[in-house]
Design a protein around this ligand. Structure first.
Ligand code: FPP
Length: 262
């Protein structure tokens, strides 16, 4: 079934794109970039961009859940973001507390379960507590998983996974030849998202076209969409348009185009 959507700033009579509701990416990951530039353009402190970005998280979560997405992974804080000025780091660490305080009831209403991946034990105690509460409060929700990457870095994740496997090997619980793609996937922080551990679609906002240490193992076959919209300006309609771009791709997973695959 196709639903018709209209681009912002265009009259509703002008059909622009069609969304195939039967081909919604099951796992969408987003690098939410451009908060600082959004604030700068408005002559506001950078944290104003993050504050606005939090409301966008809410809107996109609702949109994704409504579309039937199974997992929405949002890059909220990287292991490299500690290098930012203390005030900004403090604000970013307070955001999950604020977000969950305000929106957990709405998440529950939408049957959305919260998951957090990253080095949680290095987060400030208040952030850890907010995360733990949100996970617990939404534990019974069976709809979309809202997966925050918080103090997450992909290379660190891979190193941790390899260390864990090496330890098992050292104890004689695993031989080198038993280390397969599945075994490594199961050692990653996304293992509990199975069967949706790997994103089908990775979106990055703000016009930057790089991966910034995000899900390097998991995006092997993901489609990438880079959009110029800054995260605080990103609307559910932009999200739908980016899904339409995904639907226009021909995913081959190393094989041949469908029409040649006979
Ligand atoms: C990148 O923009 C954004 C971040 C480092 C933080 C992302 C966080 C949010 C969008 C809010 C998260 C909300 C919750 C609920 C945890 P940037 O600051 O690098 O922007 P710039 O490249 O324009 O400077």
């Amino acid at each position: 079934m196709f639903t018709r959507f209209f681009k912002e700033n265009e009259s509703n009579s002008e059909l622009t794109e069609e969304l195939d509701e039967k081909n919604i990416p099951q796992h969408i990951a987003i690098i939410m970039d451009g908060n600082g530039r959004w604030a700068q353009k408005k002559h506001l402190p950078r944290i104003a961009g993050h504050r606005q970005g939090m409301d966008v998280v809410r809107d996109i979560t609702k949109a994704a859940s409504g579309l039937g997405v199974k997992v929405l992974t949002l890059y909220a804080f990287s292991t490299e973001n500690w290098k930012r000025p203390t005030d900004e780091v403090d604000f970013l660490m307070a955001l999950p507390v604020r977000f969950f305080n305000n929106f957990v009831p709405e998440l529950i209403e939408n049957n959305v379960r919260v998951n957090v991946m990253g080095y949680k034990d290095q987060l400030p105690p208040k952030t850890q507590q907010a995360v733990a509460n949100a996970i617990e409060q939404t534990a019974k929700c069976t709809g979309m998983v809202l997966n925050f990457a918080l103090n997450y870095g992909s290379r660190a994740e891979i190193i941790t996974a390899v260390q864990n496997l090496a330890e098992k090997a050292q104890k004689g619980q695993l031989t080198p030849s038993e280390i397969t793609e599945d075994v490594l996937s199961n050692a990653m922080m996304t293992a509990n998202l199975a069967p949706y551990s790997d994103p089908d679609l990775l979106i990055r906002t703000s016009g930057e076209e790089r991966i910034s240490n995000f899900l390097l193992w998991q995006i092997a076959y993901s489609e990438f969409v880079f959009t110029d919209v800054l995260w605080p300006d990103y609307k559910p309609n932009d999200f739908v348009m980016d899904i339409v771009k995904y639907q226009q791709r021909n995913r081959r997973f190393g094989g041949l185009k469908e029409e040649n695959n006979k």
